[in-house]
Design a protein around this ligand. Sequence first.
Ligand code: 2NL
Length: 344
Amino acid sequence: MKERLQSIKEEALQQIEDVKDSKTLQDLRVKYLGKKGQITEVLKGMGNLSKEERPVIGQLANEIRDAITEALDTKQETLEQAALQQQLKEETVDVTLPGKPSQVGGSHLLMNVIRDIEDLFTGMGYEIAEGPEVETDYYNFEALNLPKGHPARDMQDSFYITEELLMRTHTSPVQARTMNKHEGRGPVKIICPGKVYRRDTDDATHSHQFTQIEGLYVDENIRMSDLKGTLNTLAKHLFGEDRHIRLRPSYFPFTEPSVEMDISCKVCNGHGCSVCKHTGWIEMLGAGLVHPNVLEMAGFDSEKYSGFAFGMGPERIAMLKHGIEDIRHFYTNDVRFLKQFHQV
Ligand code: 2NL
């Protein structure tokens, strides 16, 4: 019986030693120590032993059971530790790895152009003025020297809401409204950015909705030279110090005299190429001295006050700056187009 117990011990300790997972270890615990386990089986046969042998074998059996129990417990501890280490290793987070980039939006190219121009003019003492996009016939046309029946109204056909209400065709009504608020006292020094609407058929160069920035400076002794200096500063800010400007006579109902400003072509440096249609110049904006009628209607004494005004299209500026060939790119919202100009 002694030998039997000894061999059980040796076999058990060897098997416990070789175990690789806790499931097998649990099976071994049952195999050796369980109710139907091998030690129990041996002890059951103790009835056949002599009185002298019984305590000796009993003690030996206890020792062996304790030894196996301890081996099992130690192994279990070892396996649990190993499992924990493995789990820690697998679940390690490397905080130095780069994170997943999140999609960040950016401002629209037109907003970038508008803000750039706003910054330039606020730096020269201008204020930014805004007004309604649904406008009265009076402010959109009448106050700008475009009475009902004036032929120039045809060039700015609009979307009418009623006979007297329409989507504004330019940002000039904001300037007329601002002048009114000044109750005949200068200076008025503002730029007006915003959306405007025209009843046009959309194509590469026309959009029924587009943006404008207009500027207005009304005070005593404002002259053509003030306008020219301001436009020169604007042109160089937008297109580079090496650009030149020229003013050509033009016509707008709300200015007299009226001019159009060209900027020397950057591609050919004024020598003529396909971009400037071999003229060396590219048309950029319209401007002029505020018509006396417009000043008077807004409550200013046109004998005392004078002013200049100019208007431009941010779409056109952006198209010239970046070589964009179709105005519809601004409004079809293809992110592949828009992303090229994102500013955060
Ligand atoms: C253009 C031309 C222009 C103005 C806008 C203006 C406003 C008032 C009085 C006088 Cl309240 N003038 N605005 C003047 C000349 C030209 O815009 O081609 N814009 C895209």
